[in-house]
Design a protein around this ligand. Structure first.
Ligand SMILES: [Zn+2]
Length: 419
């Protein structure tokens, strides 16, 4: 498949593939209606796409009157992509077939020495191992998506900086991975990849306007507007962690001060816990961490808070107020249907989700139907790797016909099922 169709037939083929991919199983007649390509042309092009192993016949329609129609789907054996994701302490690679199903998974710890060369070497090794495990020939690898925890220039494929890995600056990651595997490589940010994954496969399915609040080492916000990922003029939209919430507050790794991340990210909460313990505050957290400051994690903070520990509850309340107000401000700006909170909050609904929901509902301009649903994201650890694989598939299949096929389920297809 080429990204720039050289003639009408290849443009039409790209359009047919994009429609099949977005709408699932569809008949030739439906494809003719939705693409406005003449039926004899549709029939001929579909025959060619089946012969080339890109599409398969996948059953018959069961709804409606008249002759049951043969349905077409993407052939999952046509190929696969790899999605890779890395963060402060781990890296993960998923093999994902062209229909978006996960077919292989490998993960490992980040190298102890976080030099740029060591990180790139391990990312490549992990990708090699997931390719071997995928069950596909290496020649079926169509592309690789890479989700970076920092700020990237996705157009140039360069990792610009990462606040918790100071050496990870201006790394030409796309070129490095591309030169090893000789397939197209796409570089994007973790938060955006997670957002795409939740929108396609998770708690955001069926929504056209969505915010995903990614809380962890930093705080990011993924934005879907009209079913499309929003990136902003210079690809910097969604930097919620760097909105200023404290005048003359703590210095932030971005160079500014008083940013949301400095008071409400998980490392910021843990820093506050350690300072309070060092100042002599009594707390169950010390015992839960075996009296080792380096063993304090959000799990110990949540556990102590669950037992009514005053320090844990006080610091969480402090962080939640800042986080809740910042999210409510974003809701007032973007008017989403749903806000998805980070999956790390799944086990702590009462401690985190309920108070954040209350702040949002209190602060959002209360006009009829204006208050968004607040849910917890549900994909978990695979979200970024799976999401960046989906972005790679979008690039492979949709760029020839960009904008011609929106990401929205075809209503008429709700009644269609494959046999
Ligand atoms: Zn900042």
């Amino acid at each position: 498949m080429t990204n720039k169709p050289s003639n009408k037939a290849s443009f039409y083929k790209s359009l047919l593939i994009a429609h099949v991919r977005h709408y699932g199983a569809v008949s030739r007649t439906q494809l003719g209606q939705s693409t406005h390509i003449r039926m004899p042309v549709v029939t001929a092009l579909i025959r060619d796409l089946i012969e080339r192993g890109i599409l398969v016949e996948s059953g018959r329609s069961v709804a409606g009157r008249g002759r049951k129609q043969i349905l077409l789907s993407l052939n999952s054996r046509h190929g696969f992509v790899v999605g890779i994701e890395f963060d402060l302490d781990h890296m993960m690679a998923l093999g994902v077939d062209v229909r978006g199903n996960v077919v292989a998974k490998r993960s490992m710890a980040m190298p102890a020495q976080k030099t740029n060369a060591a990180i790139v070497k391990e990312l490549i090794a992990l990708t090699e191992s997931v390719i071997r495990e995928s069950g596909y020939e290496r020649s079926a690898l169509k592309g690789i998506g890479v989700a970076d925890p920092g700020i990237v220039d996705s157009k140039e494929g360069v990792s610009l900086l990462c606040t918790f890995m100071p050496e990870w600056r201006n790394v030409p990651l796309r070129r490095l991975v591309e030169s090893h595997f000789a397939v197209p490589v796409l570089l994007d940010e973790n938060t955006r990849a997670k957002t795409i994954c939740e929108h396609r496969h998770g708690a955001g399915q069926g929504f056209q306007h969505l915010l995903l609040i990614d809380v962890g080492s930093g705080i990011g916000c993924g934005i879907i507007i009209d079913g499309q990922l929003y990136r902003g003029h210079t690809n910097m939209a969604g930097e919620l962690g760097h909105v200023r919430v404290v005048e003359n507050g703590p210095i932030c790794s971005c160079g500014s001060s008083g940013c949301l991340e400095t008071v409400a990210s998980y490392p910021a909460i843990i820093r506050q816990v350690i300072k309070a313990l060092q100042d002599g505050t009594q707390s169950m957290i010390a015992e839960l961490a075996g009296y080792r400051l380096e063993a304090i994690s959000m799990a110990t903070v949540f556990e102590a808070a669950g037992h009514g520990d005053k320090l844990a509850l006080g610091l969480l309340d402090h962080a939640i107020r800042y986080l809740g107000h910042a999210i409510a401000n974003a809701v007032n700006l973007f008017n989403p249907e749903v806000v998805l909170l980070d999956e790390s909050m799944a086990g702590v609904e009462n401690l985190m989700v309920t108070p954040i929901r209350q702040i949002i509902h209190r602060q959002v301009t209360a006009m009829a139907g204006n208050t968004p649903e607040v849910r917890v994201a549900k994909i978990g650890a695979e979200a970024a790797a799976w999401g960046v694989a989906m972005l790679m598939l979008d690039q492979l299949f949709d760029s020839p016909v960009k904008g011609a096929v929106p990401w929205a389920p075809l209503k008429a297809n709700a009644a269609l099922k494959t046999l």
